[in-house]
Design a protein around this ligand. Structure first.
Ligand SMILES: [Zn+2]
Ligand SMILES: [Zn+2]
Length: 254
């Protein structure tokens, strides 16, 4: 008698939207990021470098650097964050998508990503009112919408972004938008993999929607409403006031 063959289901925790020294406004090297997140129990880094200083040659070099920084149970997945010409709409893209240009039209980014069977996410829709510029026709080419971006939304999810994602019929994404140690925070994307950990298998999980947004190891959606959500929103309001006070005390030193 033969036993049925079952595909093992593995879940891994990813950190999303990570900038390294390959972005013009971040400074951490890839291997330092891999080590720091390995220590925090993460298996995948969904990297996201600003497109504005890239070229096709630099992209190829970067893909190799990400592979070289992977190992010991951590996979560094290369990705770019495309922004439009006046830096309003930001679209993180993953997959085997050839480099497009430094500040492309968003419609072109999405068409290009679709052709290459890549993955595109709408980042921080409330930053600079990017959502106002969003063409609902774009939704069909998106995999998810960031409802909690640690850099812009702070310690609490963005309820408007969550409602907006729901309206578009897209699942939520939680991201660190890591630029410096200030953005370490217990947000993760849990991915369900269909095979051994590799760049292609991670991209498949994203493309197929096999992911869940977690905050503090539980569904991030629980924190967009209810008692926990109210407490976090209050904590974020207090944090924002404190952070402004510190910046003022430091004389707005950058
Ligand atoms: Zn951005
Ligand atoms: Zn970013």
């Amino acid at each position: 008698m033969t036993s049925p063959v079952t595909t093992p289901v593995t879940t891994v925790r990813a950190v999303a939207h990570i900038h390294s020294e390959w972005s013009d406004d971040a400074s951490w090297p890839l291997d330092r990021l891999a080590a720091a997140f390995r220590k925090r129990g993460r298996n995948v880094l969904l990297m996201c470098e600003h497109s504005r200083t890239f070229t096709e040659a630099k992209w190829q070099e970067y893909v190799e650097a990400c592979a070289a920084a992977s190992g010991n149970g951590v996979l560094v997945v290369p990705g770019l964050e495309y922004n439009d010409a006046d830096n309003v709409v930001h679209i993180p893209v993953w997959g085997e998508v050839p480099f497009l240009s430094q500040t492309p039209d968003i419609a072109d980014v999405l068409a290009h990503t679709r052709e290459a069977d890549g993955v595109a996410v709408f980042a921080h829709p409330w930053r600079r009112n990017a959502w106002r510029r969003f063409d609902p026709a774009w939704a069909k080419d998106l995999t998810a919408v960031e409802i909690w971006n640690r850099k812009y939304d702070g310690w609490a999810p963005n309820r408007q972004a969550r409602a907006y994602a729901e309206q578009l019929g897209l699942p939520p994404f939680v991201s660190l938008d890591f630029h410096s140690a200030r953005q370490f925070f217990p947000l993760a994307m849990e991915l369900t993999l269909s095979g051994p950990l590799s760049r292609g298998i991670v991209e498949d999980a994203l493309r197929d929607g096999r992911f869940e947004a977690l905050a503090f190891s539980r569904s991030a959606l629980r924190l967009t409403s209810g008692v926990g959500g109210v407490a976090l929103a209050a904590a974020e309001a207090a944090r924002a006031v404190a952070a402004r006070a510190v910046r003022t005390a430091l004389g707005k030193r950058k």
